[in-house]
Design a protein. Structure first.
Lengths: 493, 493
């Protein structure tokens, strides 16, 4: 999950606002939309409970979640778009779909960006003679340009907002700017705290360039105080010089800021050898459980197959790929024959481009009206809390009742929110979107850093997510009627 | 939390049953009790929301939870009743209560059992010549007798239930019985899975003695498949010979069982040097935030100060002590003056005797009618899910509304269940009991084993628990009227 999420969340809020403006009983606040008592006929969900609970039990007691994720992490631990690892991940996805018995397995082409970290990556504090004194842990941000050989040196200017940088633009000239506003620890919702800080990563280099700086550093997007830098995507505005840019570990950021705060002149040298290569042909990986009776109607479930080039991408988003594959496998293993077709999509390039998301939307334009619902898991493999959705009020009430069936998977809370970056474009066609929401307290300890490894995923927590998603898919794919679609956003499609 | 919990849960179920039998609208199932619509005047909780949310924010952004727990784990990592570590923990509790500004801080005496592990602890597989071939990881169970010097040797008999053992009693004579029924992985509620397996630990030695065995081994009470044995309490029936007894790691149990399943004769040697010493004078540690206006009414919050002699007792129950102390500190730090007195109790000897629980009940007999509510945290320091309570239907509905205020601490679910071993005796006086319920997927990975260390506690997860409990205490201590008390159980007090 990346900075594109922020844009996606904002897009969803505007959809919600659009909904709200057309219905006096709905609000734009993150509360479940109000529903007129007579609006929806009550769903009879009792017939589904037994199978839903069995799917969760199967996932816990004889599931394959951890085996699937282990296999992915062993096969393609580094799988950033365009890399050899990403190609291995695509082959793995196709092979795994066939192994679990999905039908119509295929690769759908998508041209993706290809950025490489390169060999050299260092940040050194320089002593009074300009010699390296101490090395601090950094990771170049995805999309950054390289420094010249020998790097870029400059005094450090520490700011906590773009406003502060603009106010101190005179000081910034020729310096290396450190954006050091932490994720707000008082914020209970860690994704909201991330959203409140990630502009520094995504736009910091452009703002620093406008102020005449030589490079931009950013405090890692985590509340953990440790030595692991967290990378992530950034984008250069078209009208500025592209500056080299990297993330520091939170402890390194604190150290630099503390030294600068003493009034001391702190000079650093940044060296990066990252580069952007020509786009590469890659693929979304798609497979299905064919429906019986309403096979033309589609329920999409997915995660993203690409991951940053550090750690294993175990939580982000190996977990989401695993949830999607295992949910389908659980349904097949119980011999269930859903009325609607369940389509598993492993999207490519969520992290630095969302090209797979756009390709899916574009290539399936003719059948989007038959997409009943799309669900994404891209928030880690922790214990489920429930789901978030942009669904219209009538669909929301039905989803709430369905999600309440998932209490044995700890997944019985439904709230208003985004579905996910990869399914985001489908909102333009009125498809109700659902995002899986696990516990988020540990997510940003691991996100986009070396710690996002298999051993930091708990087998039962992962399996509960798969079971919850299987249960939700089972109900949605078998309801007598599809959920009401969302109104098309004002921009149309 | 120990085998006494099982007894406690059973006691609470019987209380629930007693309630149910006297009210046709209640049920004994673990569902919220039904409430006649006119029974309770709606509580106006709006005035509390701002402070509740501020307590949670304070806990996350400037709390002391992790510092308090670190201090305990550093000062007294091993603190089983009667040990020097337990005495250090008592002194720590008193000192910490004074440091955070509690009033009326005192030590309340309680005579506790004193069991020691001793130096020798080994289980070896013997080869055909009776020589040690392989050593397996074990921990003696708390309360076990020692083996003779040189240990006890015998062939292994593997069973998965007492029924199976009785049916195979002829085979058991002279053998070493391994009770190897796993915690049921299909069970979503890990405490229920524990409750379904822990009889093997608590009563296995007595059942093995009845069958004429020489010693009893038990598969560790965890769903993790690893090399860490988990200890815990056991008790000898009065009518049987006390056999030495120990827990094996789950992998070791699988290994032994697999070898026995081949039909091979598997002979082992068990050596234990543990012993029970004379009882020791110890203490519950008590401190208060004095009430203003209704100071005679008491709201109790606590955890247990003792812990097993392995790991740090970080989750069990350093977390509960921390939650209780920090909740009080948060309330004081905001300058709140509760109407009722909030009493923090750090109980001694939960793990192998619950003597502190009984001492508190006995020594405070004269004021139990003024105990408005008692809350215990003894399920770990993980992300909150909410609370469980044995409260009567009217109090349940009020508590549910109060707990819903705790959504910013992820603690907004209330369900029927036990409060905790240490507050359990207060049920006899009609005090409504509440147990803090965090996520439980990881709890039994750490419970009673070397892995229950500080580094396995997440600072934000711990802080959310403290904030949630502070919020609940704030409301309960300031309600215009106390919650309705529970009917006295049939046995009276």
């Amino acid at each position: 999950m990346n900075l594109a999420r922020l844009a996606s969340v904002l897009a969803l809020v505007s959809v919600t606002l659009a909904c709200a403006s057309s219905r006096p009983d709905a609000t734009a606040s993150p509360q479940p939309p109000a529903l007129a008592p007579t609006a929806a006929p009550a769903l009879d969900l009792a017939p589904y409970r037994t199978e839903v609970e069995a799917l969760v039990r199967d996932s816990l007691s004889k599931g394959q979640s951890y085996a699937i994720l282990s296999d992915l992490c062993r096969t393609a631990p580094k799988r950033l778009s365009g890399s050899a690892g990403a190609a291995r991940a695509v082959a793995w996805g196709e092979r795994t779909m066939r192994a679990i018995g999905l039908s119509n397995v295929r690769l759908e082409p998508v041209l993706v960006p290809h950025w490489e970290r390169g060999e050299t990556e260092s940040l050194r504090i320089l002593d009074a003679d300009g010699l390296p004194e101490e090395r601090l842990p950094i990771l170049a941000l995805g999309g950054s340009v390289a420094t010249p050989p020998g790097g870029v040196s400059g005094d450090v200017l520490v700011v906590t907002s773009f406003e502060e940088l603009r106010a101190r633009a005179a000081e910034a000239r020729g310096k290396i700017v450190l954006f050091n506003r932490p994720m707000d620890p008082a914020q209970h919702d860690c994704f909201a705290a991330y959203g409140g800080a990630v502009d520094q990563r995504s736009r910091g280099a452009s703002e620093a360039a406008r102020a005449g700086a030589r490079a931009a550093l950013v405090r890692s997007m985590t509340m953990a105080l440790d030595d692991h830098p967290h990378t992530g995507a950034m984008r250069y505005d078209a009208d500025v010089e592209p500056l080299p840019t990297a993330a520091l570990s939170t402890r390194a950021a604190d150290l630099l800021a503390a030294r600068v705060a003493t009034g001391e002149r702190v000079r650093v040298n940044l060296q990066l050898s990252c580069r952007t290569l020509p786009d590469v042909l890659s693929h979304n990986v798609v497979g299905e459980i064919p429906g019986h009776g309403a096979e033309g109607e589609l329920v999409v479930v997915g995660g993203h197959l690409d991951a940053w080039d550090v750690g294993h991408g175990a939580h982000d988003d190996g977990a989401g790929c695993t949830h999607s594959l295992e949910a389908a496998r659980l349904i097949l293993a119980r011999g269930l024959r859903p009325r609607r077709t369940i389509r598993v999509v492993l999207f490519m390039n969520e992290e630095n481009g969302a090209r797979g998301a756009e390709a899916y939307y574009r290539d399936h334009a003719g059948e989007l009206e038959r997409h009943v619902l799309a669900l994404e898991s891209d928030a880690g493999g922790f214990t489920p809390r429930g789901f978030a959705t942009d669904a219209n009020p009538r669909a929301f009430e039905s989803l709430r009742a369905i999600v309440e069936l998932l209490d044995t998977a700890s997944a019985n809370a439904l709230r208003v929110g985004g579905g996910g970056v990869d399914i985001g474009p489908l909102a333009r066609a009125g498809v109700p979107l659902v995002g899986f929401r696990p516990d988020d307290e540990r997510y940003f300890d691991h996100h986009h850093c070396e710690r996002d490894t298999l051993d930091n995923v708990h087998p039962r927590e992962l399996a509960l997510g798969s079971g919850a998603i299987a249960g939700l898919l089972h109900v949605i794919a078998n309801l007598p009627q599809p959920l009401p679609r969302n109104p098309l956003p004002a921009s149309g499609r």
